[in-house]
Design a protein around this ligand. Structure first.
Ligand SMILES: [Zn+2]
Length: 336
């Protein structure tokens, strides 16, 4: 079946079509060549009433693990057995997705979609897309799973981020993270209102949200199918948690709670990681060495605190002042 084309889109109305699946492209704006910038959406509307869970991928255009995991989840869902709905948006920034790039490079001044939520109806195209997505899809949903990863240049150990503290939205977000199935849980203590980041924006709207991060180009040769299956299992567990699918949403065992910091180098060059994913590090340890084209050391990234390596720049060359390492400080489970 071909994808449908929606000139206008009313999610509430779509959710009255019980026990159906459909998918299509929502028109956002037209390009000079006549082609449309669109928002792809998949609807699995359960036969019975229940909550609506939204999963999206490719807010950053080169993070394809989420896209493939959402497609697989949607294909395998049986709507006749569902008490509630699953909405999949496989690539929010479809222009960036097609350009194999983090952001939409054809925009006059390119912007990072995941730093400008909730966007603006008066903004430039990425800003407008952000607003359009929040208004058309997100605000009608009961929970959000926004999928990210290492993209073309980084590796990320599978980790689920949750934010907020002290209210029901935060509690539900944390419980979603705890059933997703990944072993590392990221308590986001750096959360602040107005950051423009999708899950933090959803939280401010009172919608519980998690950000699972997984993989990167360096893993796709051997782990592509594994990562797709891990995302499908995670989404289905969240659907169980909300009672949309039958069965118990079991809490993941032996998890590690961390709070992650991005660490920046000063000088760019040839980047050689010394510490790898899940390595324990002590303050003062060398994380990576950066050399110039003559093989001479120009920089060295030093761990500023004790922690665990969660992600790092895997591309052979790194930019100056770039987030080349993600190191998690351990958080005690009772404080997570
Ligand atoms: Zn991302």
């Amino acid at each position: 079946m071909n994808a449908l084309e929606y000139e206008t889109f009313d999610l509430q109305e779509k959710l009255t079509h019980k026990g159906t699946k459909e998918w299509g492209m929502i028109r956002v704006a037209q390009r000079p060549n006549g082609a449309w910038i669109t928002l792809p959406v998949m609807l699995a509307v359960g036969a019975q009433d229940g909550p609506t869970v939204l999963a999206d991928g490719c807010n950053h255009g080169d993070e394809y693990e989420g896209t493939e995991g959402i497609i697989k989840t949607f294909q395998d869902l049986d709507v006749s057995e569902m008490k509630g709905n699953f909405i999949g948006v496989p690539a929010v920034n479809l222009e960036a997705f097609a350009q194999m790039c983090r952001f939409n490079a054809t925009e006059y001044v390119p912007q990072d979609l995941n730093r400008i939520y909730p966007g603006s109806p008066k903004g430039s195209i990425t800003n407008y897309l952000s607003h359009f997505y929040c208004e058309t899809i997100l605000k009608h949903c009961d929970a959000l799973i926004t999928l990210h990863g290492g993209g073309n240049y980084e590796y990320l150990e599978p980790v689920v981020l949750y934010c907020g503290e002290g209210d029901q939205t935060a509690k539900t977000s944390k419980e979603m993270a705890e059933v997703f199935g990944f072993k590392v849980l990221w308590k986001n203590t750096g959360y602040k209102a107005g950051s423009g980041i999708m899950d933090e924006c959803a939280y401010e709207m009172g919608i519980p949200a998690i950000t699972p991060e997984i993989g990167g180009q360096c893993t796709r040769m051997f782990q592509r199918e594994e990562h797709k299956a891990m995302i499908q299992a995670g989404i289905c567990n969240v659907l169980r948690y909300f009672g949309i699918l039958e069965g118990e949403a079991k809490k993941t065992e032996d998890v590690l709670y961390v709070d992650i910091d991005y660490l920046y180098n000063r000088n760019g060059g040839i980047h050689t990681p010394v510490k790898k994913a899940m390595d324990e590090v002590k303050a003062g340890d060398t994380l990576s060495i950066i050399t110039d084209v003559f093989g001479q050391e120009v920089d060295r990234l030093i761990a500023p605190f004790d922690g665990v390596v969660i992600g790092y720049w895997t591309y052979a060359v790194c930019h100056p002042h770039s987030w080349i390492y993600m190191v998690g400080k351990k958080v005690a489970p009772e404080e997570a």
